[in-house]
Structures are given as structure tokens and as C-alpha cells.
Design a protein around this ligand. Structure first.
Ligand code: AHG
Ligand code: MN
Ligand code: MN
Ligand code: MN
Length: 336
């Protein structure tokens, strides 16, 4: 009857994180405050993305970022929103954004202990055609010492306290891990709240989908070429995998997390370190995959063990279902 139509045990992301926090009596709610500011930024970007076509928010901003990419208006707008929201939280000391060449060191009066690395708008090439895009973030605790330095963000991904993404697609979905599993929340626009819709996400142990830009095939190294060949022409008589590639990492990774399979952005002759950035694309997605029972590999090592030397460093990445990534690791091991 009608009452069933309305879930009354609404678990909002804020309540969820407060519940988590209550497991750490020593915490003073700083993380909850930080997260609420990230969530605010995502709600703002979600609203801007939904209006982009109408509000003349598509197209180029006329600038180029440190990646050598032409910045889209939404790249710049979302970056401004997150930088301001994170600083106003009073809980951060260093911010690293894909869109800013240098790290932002928060002024002492507004400083907290958290370092946030983020890609304010991932999948920018898909903005103008309305295909899903997203925001990706990772959170480190500042190392001890009182003056923040770059070393506080040049930490291996395994040191992250939390990581997540928000996908602006047919619905606005926020996926988060604070190191105790992965949970997904969907924005209810009528409430303006993210509601828990995907509790305790676990990635299938093996999948039927591979996700890669086949247009780079001529430049791949042998193990990658062999793996993709195996996906298309399996030797053991099993059926070949389907190819799904959206070109927004957030959307490709979200599908991989829910359906299983493997996402890969390998090295190639043109870009020996691949394309994806370690701090705010590879690490957060690898953190989530491991927390969901999957794994993430760079071609040489566990992705989360990598120690970045600069804030925009890139790495090849193979992530997703545990068994699928194992096959890639075996091919690279055989190559050594
Ligand atoms: P961004 O838009 O933040 O610069 O990231 C784009 C990335 C990532 O979202 C996606 O997986 C990858 O670029 C797609 O690259 P290709 O177009 O080379 O396949
Ligand atoms: Mn970019
Ligand atoms: Mn990106
Ligand atoms: Mn981006």
C-alpha cells in the first residue's frame, strides 16, 4: 500500500558518514565536515551540468591547462567550485587539481589536516554531446609536522583515507569508500540529498566486458596486445568479451564496478606512462576497486603501491574484476 512506496528509513550520505564516524570516537567530525563540502560541490556541478546546454556552459573556456588540453567552460567552473568549497571547509591544507598546474596551499587561518586530490570534471571530451561525465577525488591525511609540503600529497595511494567519484549521468550517483567497503548514493533532486541506493558494492570476481580505446592498438606493448587479443579470440573456447568504452573514466569505471570486467588505459609507444593521472584518476579508482574486491595493476606493480614523484604524474592502469586483472598480471610477468 501507499506507505510502502515511501521509504522512511532514508539513509542520506551525511547520516551514513556520521554513523561511520561514530565508530571512531576520537574523531571530531572533521572528515564529516570535509565530505559535506565535497558533496556540496558535486550537487552544484550536477546542477550546472544538467543546465550546460541551456546556460551556454558548453564549449571552450579559451585557456589551456598543464595537461596541454583546451579547458572547457565546465572544467574551469567545476574547478573553481571545488577549490572554494574545500578551502571554506576549513579542514584542508593542500589541494591538487587536474586543472591547476601548482598545488594550492591553504592559508593558515583556514587550514585543516586533510589533503584533497581531485579531477573536478572527468570526461571533458564528452561534455558537449551530453554523455556522462564526473568528478573524482582522493583524501590523504597530512603527514606529521605542521607546515604542509608537497610530500603530503606525493604519498602512495594505499595511504588514502578515502576516495570516491560523482557521476553526472542519467542520474547523479556518488560512490564512496572510507576504507571499509564501497557504498553508492543517488541524488534525489526533490530532497537535494544523496540517498544510499547501492550498499556495500562488490565487483563480480570475473566479467564479460573489456573497456579500452582500441584506436591505440597499433602502439600497445606485447602483453596488452596479447590480452586484448584473448578478449576477442579466446583460446579456451569461452565466449569473447564485449567491448564497452564511453571515454569518461568515471562512467567506464562505474559500469565496471557494477557489472564486472576490466578497464584498461595501457602505456603505448606515444605515451609510455599511459594517459591517466596517478593522484586524481588512477589512485581513487584503484582504491575503490580494491575495496570492492577487485584489483588495480600498472603493468609493473599494484597501482596503490606507486609513489608519485610529481602531482600530475601519469601511469598505465588495468583495473576491475580480480580474475580479469590476474590474467593481465600473468601476461606481464611472462614478459619479464
Ligand atoms: P579528463 O576529461 O578529466 O581530462 O579525463 C579524460 C580521460 C578519462 O576520463 C578517460 O578515460 C580518458 O581520458 C579517455 O581518453 P581517450 O580519449 O584517449 O580514450
Ligand atoms: Mn582534462
Ligand atoms: Mn579525468
Ligand atoms: Mn578532468
Amino acid at each position: 500500500h501507499a506507505a510502502d512506496a515511501y521509504r522512511t528509513d532514508l539513509m542520506t550520505i551525511t547520516r551514513f558518514v556520521l554513523n561511520e564516524q561514530s565508530k571512531h570516537p576520537e574523531s571530531r567530525g572533521d572528515f564529516t565536515i570535509l565530505l559535506s563540502h565535497i558533496v556540496l560541490g558535486c550537487k552544484f556541478v550536477c546542477s550546472a551540468v544538467n543546465k550546460a546546454g541551456l546556460a551556454k556552459l558548453i564549449g571552450l573556456a579559451g585557456e589551456t591547462n598543464v595537461q596541454g588540453e583546451e579547458q572547457k567552460k565546465l572544467d574551469v567552473l567545476s574547478n573553481d567550485v571545488f577549490v572554494k568549497a574545500l578551502i571554506s571547509s576549513g579542514r584542508t591544507c593542500i589541494l591538487v587539481s587536474e586543472e591547476d598546474e601548482e598545488a594550492t596551499f591553504v592559508v593558515a587561518s583556514k587550514r585543516g589536516r586533510y589533503c584533497v586530490v581531485f579531477d573536478p570534471l572527468d570526461g571533458s571530451s564528452n561534455i558537449d554531446c551530453g554523455v556522462s561525465i564526473g568528478t573524482i577525488f582522493g583524501i590523504y591525511m597530512m603527514k606529521d609536522g605542521d607546515e604542509p609540503t608537497l610530500n603530503d600529497v606525493l604519498q602512495p595511494g594505499k595511504n588514502m583515507l578515502a576516495a570516491g567519484y560523482c557521476m553526472y549521468g542519467s542520474s547523479c550517483t556518488f560512490v564512496l569508500s572510507t576504507g571499509a567497503g564501497v557504498n553508492g548514493f543517488t541524488l534525489d533532486p526533490s530532497l537535494g540529498e544523496f540517498i544510499l541506493t547501492h550498499p556495500d558494492i562488490k565487483i563480480p570476481k570475473k566479467g564479460k566486458i573489456y573497456s579500452v580505446n582500441e584506436g591505440n592498438a597499433k602502439n600497445w606493448d606485447a602483453p596488452t596486445a596479447k590480452y586484448v587479443e584473448k578478449c576477442k579470440f579466446p583460446k579456451d573456447g569461452s565466449s569473447s568479451k564485449s567491448l564497452r568504452y564511453i571515454g569518461s573514466m568515471v562512467a567506464d569505471v562505474h559500469r565496471t564496478l557494477l557489472y564486472g570486467g576490466i578497464f584498461l588505459y595501457p602505456a603505448d609507444k606515444k605515451s609510455p606512462n599511459g594517459k591517466l593521472r596517478v593522484l586524481y584518476e588512477v589512485f581513487p579508482m584503484s582504491f575503490l576497486m580494491e575495496q570492492a574486491g577487485g584489483q588495480a595493476f600498472t603493468g609493473k606493480q599494484r597501482a596503490l603501491d606507486l609513489v608519485p614523484k610529481n602531482i600530475h604524474e601519469r601511469s598505465p592502469i588495468f583495473l576491475g574484476s580480480y580474475d580479469d586483472v590476474e590474467e593481465v598480471k600473468a601476461l606481464y610477468a611472462a614478459e619479464e
